[in-house]
Each structure stands twice: as C-alpha cells, then as structure tokens.
Design a protein around this ligand. Structure first.
Ligand SMILES: [Zn+2]
Length: 831
C-alpha cells in the first residue's frame, strides 16, 4: 500500500495518451486500485513512391503536339515526344499507366497500357518507345508529247505555289513531301505551237503514297519541207536552181534535195540554163511557184531539156488613146488637158503562157516625158485582137497634164526580152520605132449657167443648186470632148406663162419657157450656155428642149435622168440633130450607124467602163446611151471653132431686146425691152426679117436672119432673141416693130394704147412685198410685159405677163423694165 507511479509507454506516433503519464496512484491494501489510460490513435499514414515515365520518339515525322498519359484511368496529362515526367506520391503498390494521343503515323512499341508497382518510398520507371513514320505523299508528273517539233527546251511544272521545276518533253519528275490532300499541278513554259489537253491538273495526294499526273502535250508543225527533184541533166552536171521566198530565204540547189525547216509560204523556184558538153539545157517553165505548208513536204520537179528554137513571137497590133470614144484606127482626136486611156493590143502568134510587160513612152514635142510600165492583165497574150474586153489589151491612163498638142506615143512589148521569141526585133509599135503622133485638139471649157425655173401655174420649181449642179453635168463631162466645165446657178426665174408644162407640149408652155430663157440669156449678155431646170408634174413625156446651134436649153430635174437629158440638149446646142434611135423627130440623115447606135467602142474613163458598139448614141431617145465617134467629132468641130465665144467681144451698150418665135408658120413677136448689154445679132442672113420703124415709117434698123430650130419640140417652132444696138435718140423715136416670115402675114407691134407723153402714169404699177418675192399688179393692156431684174445683180427674174405676177426673189430691190411692146420705161421698186 502506498503511493505508486504508473506510466504507459510504447505508443505509436499516431497515438496520443489523454491525461497525465505517469500518474500517481495510491494503492490500498487488500484492495485493487484501478488506473485507466485513455489513448486516441489517428489512422496510421500509408506508404508512397514515385513513377518516372519517359517517352522516346523515332522517325521522320514526330507527333507535332506530343502525347498524353493516364494513370489508373485518371485524368490525362501531357508528355512530350521525347520527355520524362515524374509522378510522386503514388501509393505503393500496383498501378497501370496508359500512353495515348499519338498521331496516326506514330506507333507505340509494345503495349500502350502497362502495369507497374510503386515501391513504398521508392521510384519505378516506365519507358515508351514510339516510332513516327512519314506523313506526306509524293507526286509523279509525266509529260507525253505528241506531234512535232517537240518543245525543244522542255517545260516547267509547278505544284500549288511552289517553285517551278523543269521537266523535259516525255520525262517524269517526282515531287515529294506534299501534304495529303488536293493539289494543283500546272505545266508551264509551253511553246506557242504546243497545247495541253488539260492544264492545270487537280491531284489528291495521300500520305506515304505516290500519285501520278500525266500531261498530254500536242505540238503541231510550224515548218515544212520542199523536195526539189532534178531530171534531164547528164550525170555529174550541177543544176542551177534557186529557191527563194519572200522572207529573205534563198538557197541554191544543184541536185535533187529536200529543203527542210522552211517557213510556210510561197517559194519561187527559178531554173537557170546549164551548159554541159557544149549543150545548153533549160527547163520549161523556167520559173514556178510552190506552196510550202507546215508539216508537209512540197515537191518541185525541174526537168531540164535541150531547148528548141523558140516559135513564140509577140508583137503589138496597134494602140489607141481614148477619152470617151475611139475607132480601131485611133483617128478620133483627143482634147487638151484631159486624162486619156491608152490601150495597147499585144498579140502572140501562138497560144502560150507568156505574160509580157509593155513599156509605153510618152513624148511631148519629141521630148520623152513619161515611161510607163504595164504588166499583163490577162493570164497570157491573146492570139487575136479583141477590143471587146479591156482585159485583152495592155492599158494605162495617160494623165491630162501630158495630153496636149505634140503628143506622141511609143510602145514595146517585153522590153527586157525576158521571153524568148522567134523574133526579138519586132516588138515596137510603131514598128519603125518612131513614136506615133496623136492628134490633140484644144477646145474651150464648158461654162454653164443653171436657171431654176418656177412655174406660176403650179408652183413647181426645178431643183438645181450649188450642191447638185455638178450632177447635171456628169454625163456631158464624161462623154463630150470637153477639157473641163464650170458652172453657176442663176436666181430663180419665174415664168408667168399661164399653163403648166405638158407631156406633149400641147399648150406650148415648154417652148415659151425656152424662148424666155433664151431672151434672158441675151439680156444678160454672157458667153455661157444657159440651162433652165424645170420640174414636171406628169409621169412621162417631154423632159427637155434645146436649140440647134444656140447655147440655151431647158430640161427636167429628175435625179436619175437629168444628166442624160442635159447632155442630149447640150448636143443640140452644139448643132447636133437626132440620132435615129427611139423614133425622134428631126433625125440627122448623115448619122453613120444604123439604129442610132454608137458603132465603135466607147470608154467611160473615170470608171474604166467599156461601152459596146451596140450602145445607143446620146443624140437619140434610147436608154443608157453613150456617145458615138460621129457625135463626138462633130461636137469637137463645132466647139473647136470657138463659135460660142466669138460674138461676145463687143462692149455693153444700149440695146433693144427683140425676141419671138415662129409657131406653125405664124410669126410671134414678144414685147421688146431696152437693156444695156453686149449686142447679139444674127450670124447669118435668112428668110426672116425684123425691122424697127419710126411712127413716120422711117427705118431705124433691120436685118434678116434664120431663126433657130428647137429640137425635141413636137411643133418644130423656131425662135430668136437679139440684142440690137440702138442709140438713145433712136430708142425714143422707135414707133413699131415688124417681123416677117415667108408665106405668112407679118407680125407688127405698136404700143397697144396711143400714149401721149406722160400718160402712162408710173403709179399704175403696184409692187408689194410677199413671202419669198414681190407681187406686181399693173395695167396689162397698156403694158403687156414687164421684165423684172434683181437690182443688185441684174439677173432677169421674170418676163411677167398678164397684169399680175408673183416673182420669186430674195433681193431687196428689183428693177422693172416696163414694155409697151416697143418702148421701155424703167422703175426701181423696193420689196
Ligand atoms: Zn433631142
């Protein structure tokens, strides 16, 4: 008994004893004393270890983003492709590690899941070896080239945007390291003559595989060949052949040979003579042209032979120059200064393929002025003369500047003697070698004043203007012997004849207007031809009318026919009667060709259109005429005499315009007018006479004349218009006029009303302005006619009849010459 100390030992670290230790206890005798210790123990700590995991990757294409591992199916953790990761605090004992996320091209050696045991407090290692195979594919590109020539420097091939690689024709190249998937393969550097069936090609590359792509290239030939075959020469004799092309290719050939790599085109094969053993060999023909095509072989066979003496002979069977018509003899004269067309007729004595050149030498007064070369127009020289085709002659235009007096022409065929002939000495024309003289005449140019005519009866006005006047002259210029023409347009002339123009001139309006235009011409005193242009209101009938031998005519304005009609009427003015075609009146009995045809070949030089001898003459009434040599010569004779201009030398002075006509044998005297102009008097005496008398019967003037015939006038009227010089005093004394015609009663005119001095009051004439002209009103019984003139130009605007007239004019003032039939009064009125 007594006190004791009791302690407890041997506790694990994780156990805790509550209360004191040791502790004091009192033991009592015979009693048991209890001591209680309370112990709390925590769970004892488990034992752990470490895993050392490593990867080692082999091969050309390692996984780009590494792998992942899991332990015992836990969370994935990354690990590099060749790396070591330590995982600590793994409970000691058995575990499993799994490696994953390797790329498809990578293979893990052994199992991907492996067991391992972690030793408590220790380390265990697990190592993976991974092999990564290639991840790209390859492309094998092949070119297959067909045709020729192949592209000599090969091609380039390019995949996507990669660098181009060269590749020969018919070659293969392999391009590696291409990512799997679609790629574009482009073939480049193709020659222009080569094409590819499909370019670029689309290919799909698979990893670790080689895919093929083939380009089918087709090249076409750009050059050709020519085989020249030589025959007919003795062995060992070199031929003399030259092959020439326009692009500076030239090569001699001495024996049969094939020339290759020739540019396509025409090749001239020229064969020169070869002499061997004293014999001359030549080929026929000596020249030929061969066409070389790309990819083909052309042939030319040169057959040499011993030439026979040539039988061919060329000569010139005449030549002529024409300006619109010409006889086979070439005796129609030309006119000075106008283009002429030369035809040289070359003949061959036999059919041949000879195409000789003609040389023409043009001389003026013996001086050589021009040498012209005329190549053959046909394929060979004709064997007979044929005027009917321009292509059968050697033709050249001789400019008007060379056509004049003293012209002569010398022609020779084959001047360089390039064609072998039996006779080389007969190639000149003329054969004497002396140039052939050509008759060239001078003629005055044609001057025309067109007068647009307005009819009061129907307001129709002929359409002629500065813009279209040359159209009227076209036929005349082409047909007639005119060196040139010049024209102007007069102010509008208003005719106050009461009836409109009729198809058969039954009312005489046509010839009345013609007579007025002639009086107008005489009043105006120029040397021009006057041509009144009318418009007709009927579909067919009279279309023109003109004087024989006087320069006045009228014609219609029909666009398709105006030029023919004007040429026809000009022919009349130049004293030509009708040619017998189309049944005209007043036929020329001396016309030489039956049916009024032109009889010889004509030529329209500007258009180079040949006119057959069966074409009708311009002086008939038939369609589409041309001019005969007969009409042409007659006009040239008439105009060459200068008849038109000769009367115009006189100076202007006071004259009396006396005019009128003989209709159906009856004389008609129109009212006379005092005008200041150049005198116009008859050139010849004749059966008609005009006299001017005083009131006492004294004769102030008088003359006989032959009135001009009007062609195309069904009634064959004759007209006259004269400007008779008269002194002022005689004019004042003039009392009457008298016109006599054989077998008819004389026409005498006196003032219609006996008029004491000053009785005709000027205010009896009323003028007022109207649109486009002036309207006049007057006492027609006192003054049967008023001549209305433009005050500024003096142009006659109307011979107004009948007491009222509306005269077209744009002028501000007009002069009136008021006739009482014999005497005139002058007034100026403002519009
Ligand atoms: Zn006629």
């Amino acid at each position: 008994p007594g006190d004791h100390s009791v302690g407890l030992t041997g506790l694990s670290a994780n156990c805790q004893l509550e209360g004191e230790n040791p502790r004091q206890v009192a033991v009592t005798a015979a009693a048991a004393t209890a001591v209680a210790f309370s112990i709390a123990c925590e769970q004892p700590q488990a034992s752990v270890g470490t895993l050392e995991l490593s990867t080692a990757t082999n091969g050309p294409n390692p996984d780009p983003n590494g792998y992942a591992f899991t332990i015992d199916g836990g969370d994935a953790q990354p690990i590099g492709v060749s790396a070591t990761e330590s995982v600590a605090n793994l409970a000691a004992g058995a575990h499993t590690v799994t490696l994953a996320e390797a790329s498809a091209n990578c293979t893990i050696e052994g199992e991907s899941s492996r067991s391992f045991t972690v030793p408590s407090g220790g380390t265990v290692s697990v190592a993976y070896t991974i092999t990564c195979a290639a991840s790209t594919g390859s492309l094998s590109v092949t070119t297959v080239t067909a045709g020729s020539p192949a592209d000599p420097d090969g091609y380039t091939v390019r995949v996507d945007d990669g660098a181009p690689r060269t590749l020969g024709p018919g070659a293969t190249v392999t391009i590696g390291e291409l990512a799997p998937g679609a790629h574009t393969v482009l073939l480049g550097d193709l020659e222009a003559n080569c094409t590819v069936q499909e370019n670029p090609l689309e290919v799909t590359v698979a990893a670790a595989q080689t895919v093929s792509a083939t380009f089918n290239v087709t090249c076409t030939a750009t050059t050709g060949s020519l085989t020249v075959t030589i025959t007919g020469l003795p062995d060992g004799t070199a031929a003399a052949v030259t092959v020439v092309s326009p692009n500076n290719f030239s090569q001699g050939v001495t024996e049969t040979e094939t020339l290759s790599d020739l540019q396509p085109g025409l090749y001239e094969v020229t064969v020169d003579e070869v002499t061997s053993g004293g014999t001359t060999y030549s080929a026929t023909p000596p020249n030929r042209t061969v066409t070389v095509a790309a990819g083909a072989t052309a042939t030319a066979t040169v057959s040499y032979g011993r030439p026979a003496a040539p039988s061919l002979n060329l000569l010139i069977d005449g030549l002529h120059l024409t300006q619109s018509t010409q006889t086979p003899e070439g005796d129609v004269p030309l006119v000075d200064g106008r283009d002429a067309y030369l035809r040289v007729f070359v003949l061959s004595n036999e059919a041949s393929s000879a195409t000789p050149e003609v040389r023409v030498r043009v001389y003026v007064r013996g001086d050589l002025r021009s040498t012209l070369r005329v190549p053959a127009r046909g394929s060979s020289a004709p064997t007979s003369k044929d005027e009917s085709r321009l292509g059968s002659s050697w033709n050249v235009r001789i400019p008007g500047s060379l056509v004049g007096p003293g012209l002569s022409v010398l022609a020779d065929v084959d001047p360089e003697n390039t064609i072998a002939e039996r006779n080389e000495a007969d190639n000149d024309f003329p054969a004497s070698g002396t140039p052939q003289a050509v008759v060239v005449r001078t003629a005055p140019a044609l001057g025309v004043r067109f007068v647009p005519v307005r009819q009061r009866a129907n307001d129709l006005q002929g359409d002629v203007s500065a813009a279209n006047k040359s159209r009227f002259l076209e036929s005349a210029r082409r047909m007639f012997p005119l060196p040139g023409s010049e024209s102007d347009v007069h102010a509008v002339y208003t005719t106050t004849t009461s009836d409109p123009l009729q198809a058969d001139d039954g009312n005489g309006a046509w010839f009345t207007v013609l007579n007025e235009i002639d009086a107008l011409r005489v009043a105006e005193g120029t040397s021009r031809n006057y041509y009144g242009v009318v418009r007709i209101g009927y579909p067919s009938g009279l279309s023109g009318m003109g004087y024989l031998g006087l320069p006045t005519a009228i014609g219609y304005d029909d666009e398709l026919d105006r030029s023919r009609v004007m040429a026809h009427e000009l022919g009349h003015n130049w004293d030509r009667e009708h040619s017998p075609c189309g049944n005209p009146g007043g036929v020329d009995s001396r016309y030489p060709y039956p049916g009024g045809l032109i009889g010889v070949y004509g030529l329209d030089v500007p258009s180079e259109e040949l006119k057959a001898p069966s074409v009708p003459d311009i002086m008939g009434y038939c369609r589409d005429p041309w001019i005969s040599d007969y009409t042409y010569r007659a006009v040239l004779d008439y105009r060459g005499a200068g008849s038109a201009a000769s009367a115009m030398a006189a100076r202007e002075q006071l004259c009396l315009l006396v005019w009128g006509r003989i209709v159906d044998g009856r004389p008609v005297l129109e009212p006379a007018f005092e005008v200041v102009t150049r005198p116009t008097l008859p050139k010849e005496t004749g059966p008609y006479s005009v006299e001017g008398l005083t009131d006492d019967g004294a004769r102030l003037f008088g003359f006989t004349f032959d009135a001009a015939e009007v062609a195309d006038d069904p009634r064959r009227t004759r007209h006259f218009a004269f400007a008779v010089p008269l002194s002022q005093g005689d004019a004042a004394r003039l009392g009457s006029l008298r016109l006599t015609a054989p077998g008819a009663q004389a026409a005498a005119v006196r003032p219609r009303v006996a008029q004491p001095s000053g009785a005709a009051a000027p205010d009896s004439i009323v003028a007022r302005r109207i649109a486009g002209g002036v309207a006049l009103q007057w006492n027609a019984s006192a003054h049967p006619m008023i001549m209305v003139r433009d005050a500024a130009t003096g142009e006659v605007l109307s011979f107004a009849r009948g007491g009222t007239a509306q005269v077209a004019t744009g002028s501000g003032e007009v002069d009136l010459v008021v006739s009482d039939r014999v005497r005139s009064r002058h007034m100026r009125v403002a519009r």
